[in-house]
Design a protein around this ligand. Structure first.
Ligand SMILES: *Cc1c(COP(=O)(O)O)cnc(C)c1O
Length: 403
């Protein structure tokens, strides 16, 4: 059995064997040890948070090619702050009013096929989502997804941005959306929270012209769970900083880092902003900076080879079992990780996929497999957050339930 950290023993909280990939509800990913060390080290002294944000911005700029970058308490927090920046830009009075947007342009256009639970983060800034197009292509009643002209037709004086959910299978292309947005003077905010690896994606959506791109710091980057990074236009990042940093400051002595905030361009100081609820501490900032540095230097081919090996191991150990059908979905550079899809012939194995998944979660340690298609009697094993030892243990536990 894998090592169980003392703290969980002490607290009496069962640990989880994670074959479900980077899911917030079971702890996301394991923070890189060097990043955890950096956090502990950072805890030993005071530092100006804006100085740490400026340092993070430098690194995010370097690895994404964007004009500037920022860190908040998750990709979702970055989306809220980014939306707040698109609405307020650098108008201090608007910053002070958010999320009250009455009488202020604050519509964000979003293709219906891009809508998802995380768009709550966009609405939290005070924006109204204008949902456009329909879902024909996914329900089989038509061959078209949202069309570029539909996006253009929805832009009005009230529009501030187009929200784009980055997934390889969604259309229209980001480039097309950016072209329409910029021709009409509105921003494009990209949710790319889970689109790493490949590391090239750090640059890809910035290169495509997006104004803001958010990534989770707690998924494949393996930084602190409560971090997200956002890369984009300098004036928008400045607006985010003004709405996020502790603003209980005296104007006469206010001198935040010039690379982040151009004090001279403001008549005053905004008050605590909408982002105050997404506070990011010196420890998280140190952790995400260290983790991001290591992520971009990581040997991706070696990592993928490791994941493939683990997937092969699970596949081999489960093959030949009566009532179990296996499929391997490939891990490629454009896909995060390979997975094993296990489909049960429920009468043969004597247990339903739902029952099996439920039972595995009741064990000590708890075992979490992917379960997006229980209705197909399927579960999945994803190697991203798994060791070889855990994978073998998981297979044994699965087999123990099958007739
Ligand atoms: C994980 C995820 C988020 C949230 O990221 P956090 O860093 O946990 O806030 C947002 N959008 C998508 C598509 C995600 O997969």
């Amino acid at each position: 059995m894998p090592n169980i950290p003392e703290i969980y023993e002490e607290l009496g909280v069962p640990t989880v064997i994670n074959a479900a990939s980077t899911k917030t509800r079971i702890g996301g990913s394991l923070i890189r040890p060097e990043a955890a060390d950096a956090m502990r080290d950072a805890a030993g002294a005071f530092v100006r948070i804006s100085d740490m944000q400026a340092r993070a911005s430098e690194l995010i700029t370097e690895v994404t090619g964007a004009e500037a970058g920022y860190v908040a308490s998750g990709a979702a927090a970055c989306l809220t702050l980014g939306t707040a920046a698109c609405i307020a830009e650098n108008d201090l009075a608007v910053m002070n009013r958010l999320p009250d947007t009455e009488g202020i342009p604050s519509e964000v256009i979003m293709p219906r096929t891009h809508r998802n639970g995380y768009d709550h983060a966009i609405r939290a800034a005070g924006a109204t989502i204008v949902d456009i197009g329909n879902n024909d292509v996914h329900v089989g009643t038509g061959s078209n997804d949202v069309e570029p002209w539909e996006i253009e037709a929805a832009i009005t004086e009230e529009t501030v941005a187009i929200a784009y959910m980055q997934k390889p299978y969604l259309t229209p292309s980001l480039e097309e959306v950016v072209e329409i947005a910029h021709a009409n003077d509105v921003y494009v905010i990209v949710d790319a929270a889970a689109e790493l690896p490949p590391a090239e994606n750090l640059q890809k959506f910035v290169d495509a012209g997006a104004d803001l791109v958010a990534f989770s710091g707690g998924k494949a980057i393996r930084g602190p769970q409560t971090t997200g990074i956002i890369a984009g236009r300098k004036h928008l990042i400045q607006s985010m900083a003004l709405q996020h940093l502790d603003m209980h400051v005296a104007e006469d002595v206010w001198e935040p880092p010039a690379s982040l905030i151009d004090v001279d361009s403001f008549e005053g100081v905004p008050r605590q902003g909408i982002g105050r609820s997404f506070k990011t501490g010196k420890e998280e900032l140190a952790g995400i900076i260290k983790a991001l540095e290591l992520f971009v230097d990581e040997d991706q081919d070696a990592l993928l080879a490791e994941w493939n090996e683990l997937t092969d191991l699970v596949y081999e150990q489960l093959s030949g079992v009566e009532g179990v059908e296996l499929e391997r979905t490939p891990g490629a550079k454009t896909d995060a990780a390979p997975t094993v899809v296990v489909t049960l012939d429920e009468p043969t194995v004597g247990i339903t996929a739902s029952e099996l998944v439920y039972e595995l979660r009741q064990e000590t340690p708890r075992i979490f497999v992917g379960c997006d298609h229980l209705e197909r009697a399927q579960f999945t094993v994803n190697p991203m957050c798994l060791t070889a030892e855990e994978a073998s243990y998981l297979v044994d536990r699965v087999l123990s339930y099958l007739a």
